[in-house]
Design a binder for this molecule. Sequence first.
Ligand SMILES: Cc1cc2nc3c(=O)[nH]c(=O)nc-3n(C[C@H](O)[C@H](O)[C@H](O)COP(=O)(O)OP(=O)(O)OC[C@H]3O[C@@H](n4cnc5c(N)ncnc54)[C@H](O)[C@@H]3O)c2cc1C
Length: 280
Amino acid sequence: MNKPAISFEFFPPQTAEGAEKLIVTRQRLAALKPEFFSVTFGAGGSTQDRTLDTILQIQCEGYEAAPHLSCVGGTRENISALLHTYKNAGIKRIVALRGDLPSGMASIGEFQYANELVSFIRAETGDHFHIEVAAYPEFHPQAKSARDDILNFKRKIDAGGDSAITQYFYNADGYFRFVEECQKLGITAPIVPGIMPIMRYSQLARFSDACGAEIPRWMRKTMESYADDVESVQAFGRDVVTQLCEKLIAGGVPGLHFYTLNQANASIEILQRLGYDSAQ
Ligand SMILES: Cc1cc2nc3c(=O)[nH]c(=O)nc-3n(C[C@H](O)[C@H](O)[C@H](O)COP(=O)(O)OP(=O)(O)OC[C@H]3O[C@@H](n4cnc5c(N)ncnc54)[C@H](O)[C@@H]3O)c2cc1C
């Protein structure tokens, strides 16, 4: 089977212990030779320092590191400063997002949508960064309509986005349809599926309710029937996600981006089943 490029996403650890564990996770995932590791950014800048520290550490270890940067609640001045910090540190790839305003934070800041952030990055730093943007094959929960959401996605590409990573999904057909609709609008940028391995059903249901990613009814019902039997949920999840990746690879996806939640096992097992070599 063809093996598209892979990448892994982490969130910045909150404790020294979490940071130590993440180093081990990263070493194990690095054996699969990912193109890059990305690190999320708490909207409103809440994780700014931890995102930066984790990114610099990944880079020091000799891997390509891609910080996420969300603009909601931000100012031109602080985003510009962060961009130049990353540029001076030799970072070459950024995942540019709007983010969601944390509760209690009143001001949306100086950017309303991610396309404005992409334009700003290009104006400030020219072609230095490869800019990834977010895409939603099942549509963003706040989108006025499916059509509007695709047109808004196009704005980000037109503003200078080089490629996209999608929200996770479990329905390959929805992804392929989304890509087809984008191509009809002349979008040629690669749209890499975001893959969410399944670790705990309650956690996945919570994420999915918040971000609008659908868990098909047959999956929900099956996982609900396992109740507290985490092993059965995980075994089911690995089968389902491996089959999803097989369909995506057979359909010619340009890459696979894994939402690891800072865990290595599930991603490694799925990728081994797909034929990726994880020998150190
Ligand atoms: C791969 C990936 C990584 C992520 N990483 C993070 C992270 O690190 N930190 C974080 O806080 N969040 C992250 N998120 C979540 C993301 O921030 C949220 O989904 C957020 O609600 C939307 O961000 P966006 O960049 O897609 O926004 P946008 O592209 O701005 O879209 C947001 C909404 O506004 C609409 N819209 C866009 N442009 C316009 C316009 N010009 N006029 C009118 N409507 C418009 C869109 O249709 C959509 O409904 C990530 C999501 C993905 C898919």
